[in-house]
Design a protein around this ligand. Structure first.
Ligand code: HEC
Ligand code: HEC
Ligand code: HEC
Ligand code: HEC
Ligand code: HEC
Ligand code: HEC
Ligand code: HEC
Ligand code: HEC
Ligand code: HEC
Length: 344
């Protein structure tokens, strides 16, 4: 005879465990679970009660309006302040309390390591701050502006590899645009060979080549003129940078801000002055009898950069953004310049 009673004992333990599990599960499922979906519905209201760690740029605007406005105008408009400065919770709480005088900032508050110190935002003046987003990587989409620092410095004739990005770019307005990004003209942007080709390719293109929009199709006269100038080593998009808004279009800037030219031409001992002619703006303007509201392009445009009257769309009198530039010139010097002075 076979005896199976030992199986019964195992089965009893097994079903006992299952029943206990079910009872426990029913007891432990929160009341509002499953109301809207496979989650606890009460979390929706509880979650919104938690203090927000990231504040968003409009909170920063309340106290840093000037920086906010500059930042809002330039190409970093889509970059949050807290991407570079870290989360602002402690900082905003602290300064709001100070503003409402409910915090005593004297004595131990100001001591190192005290509340005030803890409320400080991060400021990294390291090149990694920028390269974190802009270092050239295969994994990045090709249209995103990215640089290889060595190649960038070589193009710009920078002498020392340890030069900081901030000595030229301001983090809050990297290109010193005169107008808001969104006020520039929308262009078709499939124009660079590298947007489609991995390796460098050269002309001639095969007959069945997909249509690509190059500057020369529409700005012909101006391009021929540019070819005879000293800046011909640059791409058109080096000065007229592109801000993508879709796969095939983007804003192209017409940027006559002197601060832009000065990124390459300012005499601050960064670039090799045997290869880039450098000036000190103040002295140069005095020597040339220029008024502060004048742009470099007003004197050097047609002869040294390119002659916009050769642009097929040119209509005399409309080319200048001088009024807006004037306002720009009255704003304080770029952060880049400030940092440079510190280094000296
Ligand atoms: C309630 C006003 C207020 C708000 C809101 C505020 N700040 Fe500040 N912030 C200040 C004050 C005041 C200082 C100057 C502190 C000093 O000099 O001791 C400051 C200084 C800074 C500094 C310099 C470093 C430091 O902490 O001293 C940075 C960077 C900064 N703020 C970034 C931000 C960012 C980013 C935001 C948005 C998340 C923000 N702030 C929101 C008042 C504010
Ligand atoms: C791309 C990175 C980056 C972004 C984005 C950024 N900052 Fe800064 N910020 C810096 C760096 C780097 C410095 C230090 C440079 C200097 O001393 O001028 C700085 C300095 C500051 C300072 C203190 C120095 C000063 O000029 O008063 C304040 C305040 C500040 N930032 C606020 C903001 C606010 C507000 C925003 C968003 C509207 C913002 N920052 C966005 C990188 C950034
Ligand atoms: C959090 C990511 C981030 C950081 C950090 C950052 N940037 Fe940017 N940067 C962007 C984005 C996004 C754009 C706009 C890209 C576009 O054209 O669509 C941009 C655009 C630019 C451009 C214009 C490129 C062009 O051709 O339109 C320059 C120049 C630039 N950044 C310089 C800097 C510098 C200098 C720093 C360091 C202070 C810095 N960036 C830090 C995200 C970042
Ligand atoms: C000597 C001044 C100078 C220094 C230093 C400098 N830049 Fe630039 N940068 C420029 C100028 C001028 C341009 C516009 C011409 C161009 O696009 O090549 C530019 C363009 C850029 C662009 C846009 C490139 C593109 O293809 O659209 C990025 C991104 C950038 N810089 C990031 C950086 C970073 C990151 C650093 C620090 C490692 C840095 N720059 C250091 C002057 C400088
Ligand atoms: C919109 C994407 C796109 C852009 C931008 C583009 N190409 Fe091409 N290119 C292609 C495609 C797709 C082919 C393959 C065509 C075929 O073989 O039918 C090709 C083929 C070529 C070829 C034939 C040799 C080869 O590698 O297959 C040359 C040469 C070439 N392209 C040059 C250029 C140059 C120079 C530029 C910049 C001025 C450029 N292309 C920009 C998409 C593009
Ligand atoms: C499909 C035709 C076309 C192509 C391709 C083209 N453009 Fe334009 N561009 C125009 C037109 C049209 C205008 C408007 C003319 C005007 O308002 O005077 C314009 C205006 C401009 C302006 C002035 C923008 C402003 O805000 O006033 C600049 C700068 C410019 N283009 C640069 C370029 C560069 C650089 C390239 C190549 C990367 C390029 N364009 C390619 C048609 C084109
Ligand atoms: C060294 C910098 C630089 C380079 C490189 C450059 N430009 Fe310009 N371009 C400028 C400046 C500065 C202006 C005047 C901006 C203003 O009026 O505010 C301008 C104006 C323009 C305009 C507007 C003309 C108008 O009617 O208002 C067009 C179009 C243009 N450039 C196209 C090009 C093309 C195409 C190339 C390449 C062949 C090129 N640029 C290369 C600096 C440059
Ligand atoms: C990316 C860096 C860069 C930018 C941006 C740039 N330049 Fe230049 N520029 C140079 C270099 C390099 C030379 C010298 C080229 C040579 O001698 O072959 C030069 C030459 C010049 C010259 C002397 C030209 C001659 O024919 O003797 C003038 C004037 C000048 N630039 C003005 C400007 C103005 C104005 C702007 C702004 C609209 C500007 N540059 C923007 C790099 C730049
Ligand atoms: C009032 C007109 C005027 C203004 C504004 C002006 N310049 Fe000049 N600049 C001149 C003259 C004139 C010369 C000497 C003759 C020449 O090389 O064209 C000169 C020479 C230069 C040179 C030296 C060229 C060489 O071959 O050595 C550079 C670089 C230069 N300027 C850059 C700039 C920059 C950048 C700005 C804007 C910040 C600017 N200039 C604003 C009139 C002006």
């Amino acid at each position: 005879m076979f005896r199976f009673s030992y199986v019964n004992r195992i089965l009893i333990i097994f079903f006992g465990a299952v029943v206990a599990g079910l009872v426990l599960k029913t007891a432990m499922i929160p009341e509002s679970f499953g109301k809207y979906g496979h989650y606890r519905a009460d979390w929706l209201s509880e979650g919104t009660q938690l203090p927000s760690i990231y504040q968003g740029k409009f909170v920063c605007q309340e106290c840093h309006n000037e920086i906010f406005q500059t930042h809002e105008k330039d190409v970093h408009v889509s970059v949050e302040c807290e991407n570079c400065h870290g989360n602002g919770k402690k900082h905003v709480d602290f300064h709001k309390k100070v503003a409402s005088a409910s915090v005593d900032t004297s004595a131990d508050m100001t001591a190192s390591g005290g509340i005030k110190d803890q409320a400080k935002m991060h400021i990294l003046k390291d090149n990694q701050t920028c390269l974190y987003c802009h270092r050239q990587l295969k994994a990045r989409p090709k249209y995103f502006p990215q640089i290889d620092p060595d190649a960038h410095f070589e193009l710009l004739k920078v002498k020392d590899k340890n030069t900081t990005c901030f000595s030229c770019h301001s983090p809050h307005e990297p290109l010193f645009l005169v107008k808001k990004v969104s006020e520039s003209r929308v262009h078709p942007t499939i124009n660079e060979c590298k947007s489609c080709h991995d390796e460098s390719v050269s002309e001639p293109r095969p007959e069945n080549h997909p249509t690509i929009f190059e500057c020369k199709y529409c700005h012909k006269g101006l391009i021929d003129d540019f070819k005879a100038k000293k800046h011909k080593f640059l791409n058109c998009t080096s000065c007229h940078n592109v801000y993508r808004i879709s796969e095939s279009s983007g804003y192209i800037f017409k940027n006559g801000n002197p601060k832009f030219c000065l990124m390459c031409h300012e005499d601050k001992n960064i670039v090799d002055s045997t290869k880039v002619p450098v000036i000190k703006q103040k002295e140069h303007y005095e020597m040339m009898g220029a008024t502060p509201d004048m742009r470099c392009f007003d004197c050097h445009g047609a002869e040294k950069i390119h002659d916009i009257s050769k642009n097929p769309f040119y209509s005399a009198g409309k080319a200048s953004d001088t009024d807006k530039i004037e306002k720009q010139l009255q704003t304080p010097a770029s952060h880049g310049a400030e940092i440079k002075n510190e280094q000296k």
